[in-house]
Design a protein around this ligand. Structure first.
Ligand SMILES: [Cu+2]
Length: 129
């Protein structure tokens, strides 16, 4: 009798743990991604993108893998790609190049250590050098 009750409690506990894991993954989609540029404002030429990742509580997310794509708002441009990983204190520095002045859309895709992904788009204008 007592063993049966223990088993039931164990099963209930496992079910709760399963729920907690599932909600963690939903929270993983709630990632704050910010983008800053060096130099700022952006000008044509070599640049550094400074991307920060934080969770819903504001804690930095390290060890994510970032894929960054820079597109312009007109057709016929080759996108500019960059990657980063590591991110000590949740800060990821990426060498980048603004190849034309004008309006850019930077798409940041982050793959977090738990395998979930988060995507953010940033629009900014790049001045001629
Ligand atoms: Cu262009």
């Amino acid at each position: 009798m007592k063993l049966k009750l223990t088993l039931l409690l164990l099963i209930a506990a496992l079910a709760l743990a399963g729920c907690a894991r599932a909600s963690d993954q939903i929270a993983g989609g709630d990632v704050a991604i910010t983008l800053a540029t060096q130099p700022d404002p952006a000008v044509v030429g070599d640049a550094t993108l400074i991307i920060t990742l934080a969770d819903a509580d504001g804690n930095p997310i390290e060890d994510a893998a970032l894929n960054v794509k820079g597109d312009m708002n007109h057709a016929g441009m080759v996108p500019v790609l960059a990657e980063a990983s590591g991110g000590p204190a949740g800060v990821y520095d990426l060498p980048f190049e603004w190849t034309m002045p004008g309006d850019w859309i930077v798409t940041v895709e982050a793959t977090l250590p738990d395998g979930s992904t988060a995507v953010e788009r940033f629009e900014l204008s790049v001045e001629s050098g």
